[in-house]
Ligand binder design. Structure first.
Ligand code: SAM
Length: 183
């Protein structure tokens, strides 16, 4: 069962009354969403997301109105709604004013091709596991450096495919290897 062209086209016309939206069709055939694409979409003024259901949508209306097909991963959902919500959530948090400040997202995983360093909060010791001392010493430069190395190690261990794309300086390598030796 396929969704027909005309009802989809009428929705598009309605959504285009004030300005033509950038139309995304969420589909398992699209390029897989990543943080770079999220950032790019956050700069667009008006985006409309078209969700398919059943077997999908008649290709003729897709050819006529869709600017880009985006997938949220190499698997098949029953409908596009969850993919649309994924795009809306990831894009809106990049828009000024949604989060309290830029720091709330700039140091996060995928923002610069790495994963975020392990995170800790209170209490200082939990089940015998301690928050690393350096994170408690109040020296922001040391904390930043500790987290930067932690981020590189996290990426190396959890996403070697991402790690392989990084161009590490000799200094970074030394820090990563030194920390690995300590652990
Ligand atoms: C059952 S799927 C249709 C699959 C389609 N017949 C195919 O084989 O490529 C129904 C709808 O769910 C949405 N959908 C399914 N998987 C998706 C994914 N990985 N990413 C984004 N949207 C997806 C699309 O909007 C699609 O039209």
């Amino acid at each position: 069962m396929l969704m027909e062209c005309e009802p989809v086209f009428r929705c598009y016309q309605d959504a285009s009354k004030e300005s033509k939206p950038y139309v995304i069709y969420v589909s398992p055939k699209g390029n897989v969403l990543d943080q770079k694409k999220v950032k790019e979409l956050s700069k667009k003024d008006h985006v409309a997301i078209l969700c398919g259901h059943y077997e999908g949508i008649d290709s003729r209306v897709l050819d006529e109105i869709v600017d880009e097909e985006i997938s949220i991963g190499d698997y098949v959902l029953t409908g596009g709604e969850i993919a649309a919500v994924t795009i809306i959530d990831s894009v809106s948090r990049m828009i000024d004013g949604v989060l309290p400040n830029e720091d709330a997202y700039t140091n996060e995983s995928h923002m610069n091709g790495t994963l975020e360093a392990p995170q800790f909060t209170k209490p200082r010791v939990w089940h015998g596991r301690e928050v690393p001392e350096v994170l408690l010493n109040g020296n922001q430069a040391e904390i930043d450096e500790y987290n930067r190395t932690g981020s590189l190690i996290e990426t190396m261990e959890k996403r070697p495919d991402m790690f392989d794309k990084l161009e590490l300086s000799e200094e970074d390598w030394k820090k990563v290897l030194a920390r690995k030796r300590q652990n």
